[in-house]
Write a protein that binds this ligand. Structure first.
Ligand SMILES: Cc1cc2nc3c(=O)[nH]c(=O)nc-3n(C[C@H](O)[C@H](O)[C@H](O)COP(=O)(O)OP(=O)(O)OC[C@H]3O[C@@H](n4cnc5c(N)ncnc54)[C@H](O)[C@@H]3O)c2cc1C
Length: 399
């Protein structure tokens, strides 16, 4: 078996070397991410080539069954593809919440028809997804959500009539479909009356309003539902049991977020860049305070990398990693903030440029990435909420 896996690793390595264009091995920046969807566009030929080659191999999702467009690989071979991509610094060919989060959930609890209807377009890179969980009065306390789904049976068939609104919907204005939580039983206890449904964003009654932030732009939207008809076949899992489905999905979201440094999300290596600023020609860091901070961040990064490896092995052995997923999300996002804080300190005023010719494009990108790093400690559940989950589920402390 080992020899077979070694041969597979060789083959993957050679294929990636031959097929991943050099520009697709540079660290990703937000503006260069290729988002799958009906509005798919490429800025460069290399992006297109890389996207198409990976799609043909089914390696948008190496472990998904081939009948749904995936690569059909077992866990060990999937890990080999992932580690070889990481080793070569290959970018993700397609970014899509559907692939990271909804897909694994559909594979677990979706019907065969739902898998065919939704996974196949994701694997062609033709359908972009957004997440409709948060509401104006339901963020950390998500189970207080009020968007309703009233079941009807009429001449058009069985459906839910959805009313209400979702907020902080990342890229809601660009998505083709939304996976959402709606309350289908107002009388049931909080978590029990919630269902997980898939909504076509082109449905009559859906209105998307982008939210402008102080920075002048944002990917956030508020989405309004006004008597939106969602066919019952778009219900994932059982009616009223959407909370359990959402918990599965959030695990995938947290796992995806904890893989930021593996090319899973935008991040140039803040720590490496900081080293470039801090270390002088003799390989030394003169400022004692900065040296201490650098040592701390480096040790944390190393400890995280080793823990990440251990948790990946646990996942590979199909052990429960729901607890570690919260720990990894918390630590990874907080560490990312710490790296950018250090980089900002090392760069001084050069790290605070917002616009204008006085700053290079890299410097402007550092400033935006630094600010953005803070948002990852909120999205997918805040750090405080992760701490609560870890306290309760991992450490077994009382609620
Ligand atoms: C970059 C980004 C992308 C996002 N994308 C999406 C998306 O696509 N779809 C979507 O549905 N949502 C999205 N969100 C929303 C996100 O899920 C919520 O912002 C998050 O769950 C927090 O909810 P809230 O903003 O209502 O804050 P609140 O829940 O009001 O929290 C406010 C503060 O109180 C603290 N707090 C709350 N409850 C507790 C508690 N029990 N114990 C201790 N502290 C507590 C929080 O940690 C926080 O500091 C995104 C957010 C960000 C930042």
């Amino acid at each position: 078996m080992t020899t077979e896996l070694d041969a597979f690793r060789q083959e993957v390595r050679q294929w990636l070397q031959a097929n991943c264009p050099a520009s697709m091995r540079r660290p990703i920046v937000t503006e260069e991410m290729v988002w799958g969807g009906s509005a798919l566009t490429f800025q460069t030929d290399d992006q297109k080539v890389w996207f198409e080659r990976m799609r043909e191999r089914g390696w948008f999702a190496p472990s998904w069954p081939t009948e749904y467009g995936g690569g059909g690989l077992d866990a060990k071979r999937t890990r080999i593809v992932e580690t070889e991509m990481h080793r070569l610094g290959c970018r993700q060919p397609q970014y899509n919440l559907g692939v990271w989060m909804l897909g694994p959930v559909l594979l677990e609890v979706g019907t065969h028809e739902q898998k065919l209807e939704h996974l196949v377009p994701m694997m062609r890179g033709e359908r972009r997804w957004c997440q409709g969980f948060s509401e104006p009065n339901a963020g950390s306390d998500l189970a207080s959500l009020k968007t309703s789904g009233r079941r009807v049976s009429d001449a058009q068939g069985d459906a839910y009539i959805v009313n209400g609104s979702k907020i902080w919907t990342s890229d809601g204005d660009k998505a083709d479909w939304m996976y959402a939580l709606v309350r289908t039983d107002a009388g049931a206890k909080k978590q029990n009356g919630i269902s997980f449904v898939l909504i076509d964003m082109k449905s009559p009654g859906v209105t998307v309003k982008p939210i402008e932030l102080i920075s002048g732009k944002s990917s956030f939207c508020q989405v309004f539902f006004d008597d939106v008809r969602v066919p019952v076949r778009q219900l994932v899992g059982q009616e009223g049991e959407g909370w359990a489905v959402a918990k599965k999905l959030l695990q995938h979201e947290r796992a995806a977020m904890s893989k930021f440094t593996e090319g899973g999300a935008p991040s140039h290596d803040a720590l490496q860049t900081a080293l470039g600023y801090l270390v002088d020609g003799n390989g030394q860091v003169r400022d004692g305070a900065l040296r201490d901070r650098l040592a701390g961040v480096l040790m944390d990064a190393q400890a995280f990398a080793l823990t990440h490896r251990r948790v990946s092995e646990m996942a590979l052995a199909r052990r429960d990693v729901s607890g570690p997923a919260s720990i990894m999300k918390l630590v990874q996002t907080e560490q990312e903030v710490a790296k950018y804080e250090l980089l900002e300190q090392a760069m001084g005023l050069r790290g605070l440029g917002w616009e204008g010719d006085a700053f290079s494009a890299d410097e402007l990108d550092v400033c935006r990435s630094w600010l953005r790093s803070k948002s990852y400690t909120i999205g997918g559940g805040t750090s405080e909420v992760q701490l609560n989950i870890v306290a309760k589920r991992v450490l077994g402390l009382p609620g």
